[in-house]
Ligand binder design. Sequence first.
Ligand code: HEC
Length: 113
Amino acid sequence: MKYLAPTVALLFILISGQTALAAGNPSRGLEKSQACQACHGKNGNEAVDQNTPILAGQHAGYLEYALKAYRSGDRQNALMNGFAGDLSDQDIADLAAWYSRQEGLVTPVIGNK
Ligand code: HEC
C-alpha cells in the first residue's frame, strides 16, 4: 500500500507523456487523404505521373519531415505547398501513419516506422 501513491503518480506521468507524442492514426490518415488520392492514389502507389512520388511504404518520419517542409515553405512545390499548408501536426502524423503502412516502397527499417 505504501507504494500505491508513487505508482499511480508514475503511471500518470507515463500515460500523459504518451499522449503528448502526436502518434499517427492510420485509419484517420486514410480519411484525411481524400484530397491526396487524386495524385498519389488511395494507398500511395498509384502516382498520376513520373513526377509524383510513391508514398506507400515510405518511412513515417520522412513523410512527416517532407510534409512539414512543404507546410513551412522550406521545400518549394506549387502543388504540395498548397495541399500541406492547412495540415495540423496531427493530420501530418495520421497521413504519415497511413501511407507508411501500405505495401509499396521497400525501405530498410531504421528507427520507428
Ligand atoms: C495535384 C497533385 C497532388 C496532390 C493532390 C497531392 N500531392 Fe503530394 N506530391 C505531388 C507532387 C507532384 C509531388 C512532388 C513534389 C516535389 O517535387 O517536391 C508530391 C510530393 C509529396 C510528398 C513528398 C514525397 C517525397 O518522396 O519526398 C509527400 C509526403 C506528399 N506529396 C504527400 C501528399 C499528401 C499527404 C497529400 C494530401 C494532403 C498530397 N500529397 C496531395 C502531387 C500531389
